[in-house]
Design a protein around this ligand. Structure first.
Ligand code: ZN
Length: 271
């Protein structure tokens, strides 16, 4: 299950009611900030999220309305020492600008206030553990190295409680061992195989995040079987020529892509 918090959804410049691009994705104990437009740190405070778990920032592309907030965030961290480690993930063009912004403007020779890791994004898997995978895929927008992000819970086999009761399987860590695929031997000498208590594999939740974007045709494959899609829409249909000229989507184009998705099972918390 993924939890989304929209910190900002405005394009190019903030409006009275909306801040610039920034969203939080929470999955278990992992937190990801996607894009960091100007003013993101104030939005984080307003959302009551706090900075302490903010270790991973994913950038969709290098336009200034998606990255300028990184400067303020790093400046604040220099005073508060709120985090020990910060990873920023971005395509090579975006990272060039981010490096200039952070090292050329904010730090200017000073050491970062935390272990600062800059990771260049390329298509494919970025992070993976036993039950979660984060990967990047190319998105067509203005400029090079624009990326979308796919958050996936990996397929898992459910523990069949009724079967366990039938086998008089005791409570406790042996159940965890079986879930991890290890056979166990009970005190009465019976050997229980994972197959005895695990059901058929079930696919996990999939959340697709796309930032600024000018075309949806190349996104259909990654969006199939997604439970949730976050995607921009900057123009209305009567402005379709503007949308095309600036490589953005109309609301109708974004909605047509979303219509490919099955009903969402993702829990939403919008702001
Ligand atoms: Zn852009």
């Amino acid at each position: 299950m993924f939890e989304l918090t929209f910190l900002g959804t405005s394009a190019a410049a903030p409006s009275v009611h909306r801040s610039l691009s920034a969203q939080i994705v929470d999955y278990q104990d992992q937190r990801f900030l996607i894009d960091c437009g100007e003013g993101t740190q104030r939005q984080i405070l307003q959302a009551g999220i706090g900075f302490r778990r903010l270790h991973k920032i994913l950038i969709t592309h290098g336009h200034l309305d998606h990255i300028l907030g990184l400067a303020g965030l790093l400046s604040t961290f220099s005073r508060w020492e709120a985090v020990e480690r910060l990873e920023i993930w971005a395509g090579d063009y975006a990272m060039e600008r981010i490096r200039d912004l952070l090292y050329g403007v904010v730090l200017r020779g000073a050491q970062p206030p935390m272990q600062l890791e800059l990771h260049i994004v390329e298509p494919g898997t970025l992070l993976e553990d036993d039950d979660f995978r984060l990967s990047a895929f190319p998105v067509k927008h203005r400029g090079p190295s624009c990326y979308g992000y796919l958050f996936e819970e990996l397929p898992r086999r459910p523990f069949l409680v009724a079967k366990a009761a039938e086998l008089q399987l005791p409570e406790g860590p042996i159940r965890g061992q079986l879930v991890q695929g290890q056979a166990v031997t009970l005190e009465d000498g019976r050997r229980i195989e994972p197959e005895d208590v695990l059901g058929e594999p079930r696919s996990g939740a999939r959340l697709v995040h796309v930032g600024d974007c000018g075309q949806t045709e190349n996104l259909i494959e990654v969006c199939q079987n997604a439970d949730g899609l976050v995607i921009e829409a900057t123009y209305l249909e009567f402005e379709a020529d503007l949308a095309q000229r600036f490589a953005h989507l109309t609301a109708a184009q974004a909605a047509r892509l979303a219509a490919w998705l099955p009903l969402s099972t993702t829990h939403w918390r919008g702001r």
